[in-house]
Write a protein that binds this ligand. Structure first.
Ligand SMILES: Nc1ncnc2c1ncn2[C@@H]1O[C@H](COP(=O)(O)OP(=O)(O)OP(=O)(O)O)[C@@H](O)[C@H]1O
Ligand SMILES: [Mg+2]
Length: 687
């Protein structure tokens, strides 16, 4: 649209200029054609007049020649000349008639000479031409009248006696008469009319003498039509129209001054120019307004489209998160039940394994335990994706954590992949569950290793970050520690990248990947209050960013993420779980470690047993129970027995379990094996 308006603007400039030029050119041509037409008519008219004038004078000569035929010079009748003189005066106002003998001496004339004045001689050239009988009638060069001084040219005829040359008869024609005649009829004072002989001798001319054109025939001596030619000779621009007289070797030419002819055209051009300029300005203004409006509309449409796109994106995100939410609930529910079942299976298989002597049976039980442990790790990942992982969040020095993983990572990556670690020297501590972060880093390293089959580099970078344009969008304002894991591997195409964090999405062969690594990472990081971001291009490697919340306090120097204490086998422990299988398994495990155990099927029973037995040194309570859950039991016990250690066992991370009013209640995640249980119990009893 805007491009079209720009083109129109150019058109609005060019079109009026073009129209102006066309109109001006047409007008000029029309004016010149009209003037030429008028000029042609005028020349025809002048030619006609000249022809009449010459033929009139020739009739006079006819009369004289007729009277003088075969007469001697002493017989010239004086009244003949006077008669002819009268007629001649009527023709052009001048009356010069002259008769000369064969010697060229004037023998009779109508000129009224002064007493001492010499007789004029006839035109010499004509006299010679007529004496040689070269022409019938001769037209002379102009010459001044000896009496009046005005310019004349004359017409002469040969006189004969007995067939011999006997002299000439000559009548004069007034140049001034012709000039006045023409001057009164020419359109402009700068126009010039010339009458000239075919040899170029000018006979008469009207107009300013400085502009006088020389007598030149444009079409050769025998030309008898009318011709018009433009000339710009000597710097002036003229139009010449020329005509030859029918009976005489004489031409009439009219030189028209183009500047004078075009005077009305110049004023027309000025008017056209003003109209064209006004039209152009008007069109440009209108187009400018239209362009502004179109630009504004385009801006508005752009904003509107961006808004629509934004809304569509938000809706898509909402749909995706709703999908993940329901998938998470379903997965979480299944994983929770599986946890309980696995706790019992692993526990009991463990007990049976201790009692069986036969080596084949023991091998089978070992593989059953390994399968159970794999199932445990799978349910852990499912819970993580469902954001139901029990997180042990604390301030962690991530650089220390990564450095601690170096040898594990190097072993995992193999000899062909180089590992580099960069960290901001002022790196903030982060508020995370170190075990989960270790698992995430390990999974990312495995992904990168799989993407670099021929080797490459894996970089782990740690930096400080704040929310802003550079941060992921769905992040609460604040400060974060950014953990970036990048590789130089095969990368992902757009379709793979879009689905990489979906649970169970994998491109690996069956048995090589569950497709839960990245979805678990996303679940844990968002459960921690952070966000993740993936960037990847085919053959350009992959970069995974984890934005983890900054810790408000520094991590304890002595923090060790995986404690391995030997259990201490004494003291009474109260175990509370509504699930009899779990209750039995826990009690049995503790008993085999030498602890005294008191089982309770619900919270109320547990609280009353506590009141009755002062020997109880620890309460182990399941979180998810009907009527009174583990947290409620723990809160009440805190009041009644503030110094009693409590261990909460749970299969999922119900928000209640990590409530802020129970910050220091340790949690043991289901499923756990006997050793894990014994370790936690020993820690709590030793504290
Ligand atoms: N660094 C990487 N380079 C290239 N592709 C990757 C990378 N990381 C992940 N992917 C792609 O994303 C998919 C999903 O990764 P994810 O870690 O979630 O599952 P997985 O590795 O396939 O299985 P597992 O559950 O064992 O981790 C991978 O199958 C792979 O196609
Ligand atoms: Mg993986």
């Amino acid at each position: 649209m805007i491009r079209m308006l720009r083109l129109l603007k150019i058109g609005a400039l060019i079109l009026p200029a073009l129209l102006f030029t066309l109109a001006a050119w047409k007008d000029r041509s029309e004016i010149l054609a009209r003037e030429e037409d008028d000029g042609v008519k005028l020349v025809a008219l002048f030619g006609e007049q000249a022809e009449h004038l010459l033929s009139g004078h020739e009739i006079l000569l006819d009369i004289v020649v007729e009277h003088m035929r075969d007469r001697g010079w002493d017989e010239v009748p004086t009244d003949l000349l006077h008669e002819v003189e009268v007629i001649d005066t009527r023709l052009d106002g001048e009356s010069d008639i002259l008769l000369a003998d064969a010697n060229g001496d004037t023998r009779a004339t109508t000129l009224h000479l002064q007493p001492q004045q010499a007789m004029p001689v006839p035109d010499r050239d004509c006299f010679l031409a007529l004496s040689r009988n070269e022409t019938k009638t001769c037209i002379s060069k102009p010459h001044p009248d000896p009496v009046s001084g005005s310019n004349l040219f004359s017409l002469s005829r040969r006189l004969e006696k007995d067939g011999e040359f006997n002299g000439v008869a000559q009548v004069a024609i007034s140049v001034a008469y012709l000039a006045d005649l023409w001057a009164s009829a020419t359109p402009s004072s700068s126009d010039v009319i010339t009458m000239f002989r075919s040899d170029g001798t000018i006979l008469a001319q009207s107009g300013t003498q400085s502009q006088a054109a020389t007598g030149q025939t444009a079409n050769g001596p025998n030309f008898s039509g009318i011709t018009a030619t433009g000339s710009s000779a000597a710097g002036d621009d003229r139009l010449t129209i020329q005509r030859k007289l029918t009976e005489y070797p004489v031409y009439i030419s009219l030189h028209l001054d183009k500047t004078a002819m075009l005077a009305p055209w110049y004023s027309n051009v000025a008017v056209y120019g003003v109209v064209a300029a006004i039209t152009t300005i008007g069109m440009m203004l209108a187009l400018q307004i239209a362009t502004r409006r179109a630009q504004k509309e385009r801006r508005v449409i752009g904003l509107w489209q961006a808004e629509v796109q934004e809304r569509e994106n938000t809706q898509e995100q909402l749909r995706q998160s709703q999908k993940m939410e329901s998938l998470g609930q379903l997965t979480g529910g299944i994983a929770h039940d599986f946890n309980n079942l696995l706790t019992v299976i692993i526990g009991n298989v463990g007990i049976v394994q201790g009692k069986v002597q036969d080596s084949d049976d023991r091998r089978m039980l070992r593989s059953a335990l390994r399968a159970g442990e794999s199932a445990v790790s799978l349910t852990q990942r499912l819970l993580a994706f469902a954001r139901k992982q029990v997180l042990q969040v604390r301030p962690v020095d991530l650089l220390g954590l990564v450095e601690g993983m170096r040898s594990l990572l190097s072993r995992t990556l193999g000899p062909d992949v180089r590992l580099t670690v960069f960290a901001d020297p002022q790196l903030w501590p982060s508020q995370v569950d170190p075990n989960q972060i270790e698992l995430i880093i390990l999974n990312l390293a495995i992904n990168s290793r799989d993407a670099m089959p021929t080797g490459g580099t894996l970089s782990v970078t740690l930096s400080n970050g704040e929310t802003g344009p550079a941060a992921p969008r769905d992040l609460a304002p604040g400060q974060y520690v950014v953990l970036t894991v990048s590789d130089t591997g095969t990368g992902m195409d757009e379709a793979t990248l879009a689905r990489a964090t979906e649970p169970f999405f994998t491109t690996k062969e069956p048995g090589k990947g569950t497709g839960l690594g990245l979805s678990m990472m996303q679940g844990v990081v968002s459960q921690l209050g952070g966000a993740t971001r993936l960037r990847s291009k085919p053959d350009r490697g992959t970069e995974v960013e984890l934005w983890l919340p900054r810790a408000k306090t520094a991590p304890r120097e002595s923090a060790v993420y995986m404690l391995h204490h030997e259990p201490q086998g004494d003291g009474a422990i109260l175990v509370c779980d509504d699930n009899t299988a779990v209750l039995e398994y826990v009690c049995d495990a503790l008993r085999t470690k030498g602890y005294q155990v008191l089982p309770a099927m619900n919270g109320r029973t547990a609280i009353s047993l506590l009141g009755e037995n002062e020997s109880i040194r620890l309460l182990i309570v399941d979180f998810l129970m009907p009527e009174m859950n583990g947290a409620a039991v723990a809160r009440e016990v805190r009041i009644l027995h503030p110094r009693l250690p409590i261990l909460l066992i749970t299969g999922n991370a119900d928000p209640e379990a990590t409530r802020s009013d129970l910050p220091d209640v340790p949690v043991l995640r289901k499923p756990f094996d006997r050793e894990q249980l014994a370790t936690r119990v020993a820690e709590l009893l030793a504290a």
